[in-house]
Design a protein. Structure first.
Length: 166
């Protein structure tokens, strides 16, 4: 009799705990769905900012970026304000400006859907000599990886996230 009462009380307690946790799970799923819809809207609208958090040079160590470095993408303009760490094969024309600090209004933008969700975006600036191409891989949750290939420098990658333009 005593064991039956303890089992009954334990079952009731577990039922209450499960019922209390259910709204939190539904709320988290709603937030995730809202975030995915926002990211999809930004990517398909070609109106977002890639915020770089980590720089991954081809050689050397990865670097956590403490300053705001970003790549701003709109329908008609790309503005890059990214750092560069790596080896250059030729001297720059303008030594006061970084190799990944530029504005492009003539570029090719190709977006493809990935099989497991997310997007791969290829950006090829035509009015800037360097870099040659920028490959951006974005997950449904907004995390992104950017790989920059240059003509006169080693490639460099960045990890970060995308957000709405402010």
């Amino acid at each position: 009799m005593k064991n039956t009462t303890i089992r009954f009380k334990t079952t009731i307690l577990l039922l209450f705990i499960t019922m209390a946790a259910l709204p939190a799970t539904v709320s988290a799923q709603n937030k995730k769905a809202d975030k995915e819809a926002q990211v999809k809207s930004l990517v398909e609208g070609k109106n977002f900012v890639f915020k770089a958090q980590t720089a991954l040079p081809t050689t050397g160590i990865s670097r956590q970026l403490t300053t705001d470095f970003d790549l701003r993408v709109t329908q008609d303009t790309i503005v890059s304000d990214l750092p560069y760490f790596g080896r250059a094969y030729s001297a720059p024309v303008n030594a006061t400006q970084g190799p990944l600090q530029f504005t492009s209004t003539d570029f090719q933008y190709t977006m493809t859907n990935r099989k497991k969700g997310g997007w791969d975006i290829m950006i090829v600036p035509k009015d800037v000599q360097d870099p040659r191409q920028m490959a951006l891989s974005i997950t449904e949750s907004g995390y992104a990886s950017l790989t920059v290939t240059s003509t006169n420098r080693q490639p460099i990658s960045f990890n970060g996230y995308i957000t709405a333009k402010r």
